[in-house]
Design a protein around this ligand. Structure first.
Ligand code: 26M
Length: 815
């Protein structure tokens, strides 16, 4: 039968209308980017009414809201995500089909909004999706970086950074609100003046920068309450300083403007590392001051009395980066609103909560006192007073114990320690997985825990299963919907229903077909982007995360070299085809991390081109890992590599994404891997390596001797020697000497800080068990599908419910 002519979908008219009115184009002469813009404008229209409505309701009904403050929001693309959450994806797909346009090509026109580095920023984005889906009143508050995380290219095996320009295609989602701009003050001097009302602080000779908010709607699934993401952009107070201009000093006239606007120019690309740079401190004060000023302004307009602020606002600070909101609110209440110290502190101590994301000492935020005081003189005096009062409290708790008091104090050794400030003032301090929460109590914040045990909680991270399953994995989502309906999209508990389907052959066939389809999609992506051919029938083994020594990409490299040695010595010893995918950005200044990228690519060169290994092993470095690449990579994965040294990865969230998409984890007992293991059992994942307790033991007794592993294990020695014996193509023999040396001898730090050699054998063992399991397809896919079935608890909807029950106590918006 001939196909009936399809009825023209109504969305076609909408899209064509936007093309005509906004760009003066018809379908025939519109570019793909025009079509993207037109679709985005249509979707935006669908959002706006709900958005306005929700905000009015919150204001009118006097609902409490949460301000989720974060220096990073790693959003990714918005178009298709918004369509899915508005339940209009199928209609738009049909409309574009009708117009002869592939919706996935339209999708790719959008640049990722990569206003974050990694886990911390992506968690913030998942949380906003869940807050909106659960209809909880929320606003995300951050910085509108003109340039997000750099784009990565690999040239001759090395990382090269290129400028990101997300705004080119992202501005369609934002609404500029110049009427809500606020002024931020830096530098200058402060004076105490006596007035009839008592001592008053005045601030002189400061320089001003304007903060202009741009609001972006965050649409949860079928929500009544789109959240707002408010990002602040820096602008000079005077466009051109005419006093300089009139004197003929044209450069100076513009300089002022450049200096102001540089504040929101670019995201610092460091993850889990703190370099103490002044501009970054400016960024932090800039967005925290703007957020506090606008919060106070709104509250005064709506409710009049600032004493009631804690009844209407909860502030969650995402790591220490937004900590300055605390002294800034003290400043506003005291210097601008006439509150006394105790009166202001009583408001502030009831509003703030702090999430810690790392115990890596190099990532703990500390600022040199002198630099801080010059840049923020008034905030400095407030912190100084907070510190004084806190030390008095510490003295009560630990009389005479100067060492303890100085380790807990907010200011010591000429540094201001943001984590200590947070712990001193916040109502709740939370870790991001159970094990991480325990480590906070027993090590990083041990003494604070003794003083205030009720402050410390652990709420395990989560991921939004709308983006990470429904958007990223259409075939598996369709299969799940067919068997259990769409309810799981808003009710994560319904994942449990999948367990019964593991005995259903139709479901299992569909599960396998979905995995195969996703593997072919990834193979197509790798071919298109990088011109590399891969075997879609091989095991897809994936390690995708920021490059960091503690995450141990290097352990994976050692393992690949081990397999290479084995196969070249005896081809029969390992015959299972495996593609090893790495995807990772390194901070541009992190020399060793960049060298590990260079090494991965050298090893790829070696094994991919050796006739003895090229049909068995393939190493692929995925360029420019970002949210959109993750959406392709993760659903295609068989083995999820989660190799961090136990005790170092606070939670991990990639681990959850892989699990949900039916990959099986090879991992250490670290972060949320521990809870994944609790959910699926040791028989459905591959655990290896030292535990936190074992690592602590070795540290306590200083008993770890990596050199002994090198001496006793000949195969390990052969692997390590490959780094320096000229075997690796395309590099100088000295290229990896530092890595080699750091594992066996160490230099400034001690050798093999992250226990790679200790865990090497244990890892090989776990990998081999995984390969063996994979070779029994029926059992393997059951294990994979079981992982999906047990993953519901890692939805960020569960996480947000827990934050709400234990910290915020917000009421969902109804009607
Ligand atoms: C700080 C100051 C200066 C420059 C950079 C930073 C900085 C930026 C990002 C410090 C840490 C940053 O991120 C830390 C992070 O992403 N932590 C991860 O948080 C995830 C969400 O909770 C956890 O799942 C990861 O385990 C944890 O590593």
């Amino acid at each position: 039968m001939a196909a009936l002519p399809k009825k023209r979908p109504q969305e076609v008219t909408l899209i064509l209308g936007k093309l005509k009115r906004h760009f003066g184009k018809t379908l025939e002469n519109a570019s793909m980017e025009h079509i993207y813009q037109a679709c985005a404008l249509c979707v935006r229209d669908e959002i706006m009414d709900r958005w306005i409505n929700a905000r009015n309701k919150v204001d009118k009904e006097g609902k409490k809201m949460v301000l989720y403050m974060s220096a990073e929001f790693l959003i990714g693309r918005a178009l298709v995500n918004n369509m899915i959450n508005l339940e209009i994806f199928d209609k738009y797909k049909a409309a574009l089909d009708y117009m002869g346009v592939d919706i996935h090509q339209v999708e790719q026109e959008e640049n990722d909004a990569a206003l974050g580095n990694g886990g911390l920023g992506r968690l913030a984005a998942c949380f906003l999706d869940s807050l909106s889906t659960l209809n909880l009143p929320a606003m995300g508050c951050g910085i509108r970086y003109e340039h997000g995380l750099f784009r990565q290219r690999i040239l001759d095996g090395s990382q090269v950074e290129m400028e990101d320009n997300w705004i080119e295609t992202g501005d369609v989602w934002e609404v500029e609100n110049p009427e809500e701009e606020v002024e931020i003050h830096f530098g200058g001097e402060i004076h105490e003046v006596w007035t009839e009302k008592g001592l008053k602080i005045e601030h002189y000779n400061y320089s001003s920068v304007l903060a202009v908010p741009y609001d972006m709607p965050i649409v949860g699934y079928n929500t009544k309450m789109p959240a707002a993401l408010r990002l602040w952009s820096a602008r000079a107070k005077n466009n051109l300083d005419m006093t300089f201009f009139n004197r003929g000093d044209y450069t100076r006239a513009m300089e002022e403007r450049e200096l102001a606007e540089v504040i929101s120019k670019v995201l610092y690309p460091e993850d889990n590392h703190e370099a103490g740079r002044q501009l970054r401190l400016k960024q932090f004060y800039f967005f925290t001051s703007a957020t506090m000023q606008s919060m106070v302004r709104r509250h005064k307009n709506l409710y009049g009395d600032l004493h009631t602020l804690p009844e209407y606002v909860e502030v969650q600070i995402n790591d220490t980066h937004p900590t300055l909101a605390i002294p800034e609110l003290m400043r506003i209440l005291m210097d601008e609103e006439g509150f006394g110290w105790e009166e202001a502190y009583d408001v502030v101590r009831r509003m703030f909560n702090y999430t810690n994301h790392t115990i890596m000492s190099e990532a703990l935020e500390c600022w040199p006192k002198d630099m801080f005081r010059l840049l923020l003189p008034r905030i400095y005096t407030i912190i100084d007073t907070l510190n004084e009062k806190y030390c008095a409290r510490l003295w009560q708790a630990f009389p005479g114990d100067f060492e303890k008091i100085s380790s807990l104090s907010i200011i010591a050794y000429n540094e201001i320690r943001m984590a200590n400030l947070c712990v001193a003032v916040c109502k709740k301090v939370n870790g991001v997985s159970q094990i991480h929460g325990d480590i906070l109590k027993t090590s990083l914040f041990r003494d604070n825990y003794v003083m205030d045990p009720e402050k410390f909680i652990a709420i395990t991270n989560g991921i939004t299963h709308r983006r990470w399953l429904a958007k990223a994995n259409p075939p598996l989502t369709k299969l799940i919907e067919k068997h259990i309906g769409k309810g799981f999209l808003t009710d994560y508990k319904q994942f449990d229903k999948l367990e019964a389907l593991l005995d259903n052959p139709e479901f299992m066939e569909g599960f396998i077909a979905a995995k195969e389809e996703n593997k072919r999609r990834l193979a197509g992506y790798v071919m298109e982007k990088q011109g590399i051919e891969i075997n879609p029938h091989a095991i897809f083994d994936v390690q995708a995360k920021r490059l960091h020594e503690y995450k141990r990409q290097l352990l994976k490299v050692l393992h690949i070299l081990y397999l290479y040695n084995k196969i070249t010595a005896d081809p029969a010893s390992f015959t299972q085809p495996v593609v090893f995918f790495f995807a990772a950005k390194a901070s541009p200044g992190y020399v060793r991390a960049k060298n590990i990228i260079r090494l991965i690519n050298a090893v790829a060169d070696l094994v991919n081109n050796d006739p003895k290994t090229k049909d068995i092993l393939k190493v692929v470095f995925i360029e420019n890992y970002n949210v959109s690449a993750a959406e392709i990579l993760i659903p295609a994965t068989d083995f999820s590599e989660q190799l961090s040294t136990a005790g170092k990865e606070a939670s991990g969230t990639g681990n959850m994404k892989f699990m949900m998409n039916g990959a099986v984890t090879i991992g250490t007992m670290d972060g949320a891997n521990v809870e994944i293991c609790e959910r699926v059992g040791r028989e459905n994942m591959f655990i290896f390596g030292a535990t936190v307790e074992e690592i602590n033991q070795m540290q306590r007794f200083n008993s770890y001797r990596p050199g002994e592993y090198y001496e006793k294990d000949a195969e390990l020695r052969d692997v390590l020697n490959k780094l320096i014996d000229g075997s690796l193509p395309g590099v100088n023999e000295r290229q990896f000497a530092d890595l080699y040396h750091s594992l066996i001898f160490g230099d400034y730090e001690k050798a093999d800080q992250y226990y790679l050699l200790h865990d090497f054998r244990s890892y090989i063992n776990a990998f081999n068990r995984a390969v063996k399991a994979y070779q029994h397809p029926e059992e393997w896919y059951r294990m994979a599908a079981y992982n999906t079935a047990r993953s519901g608890i890692f939805s960020s909807d569960r996480t947000i419910r827990e934050y709400n029950d234990r910290i915020w106590h917000l009421e969902p918006l109804k009607g």
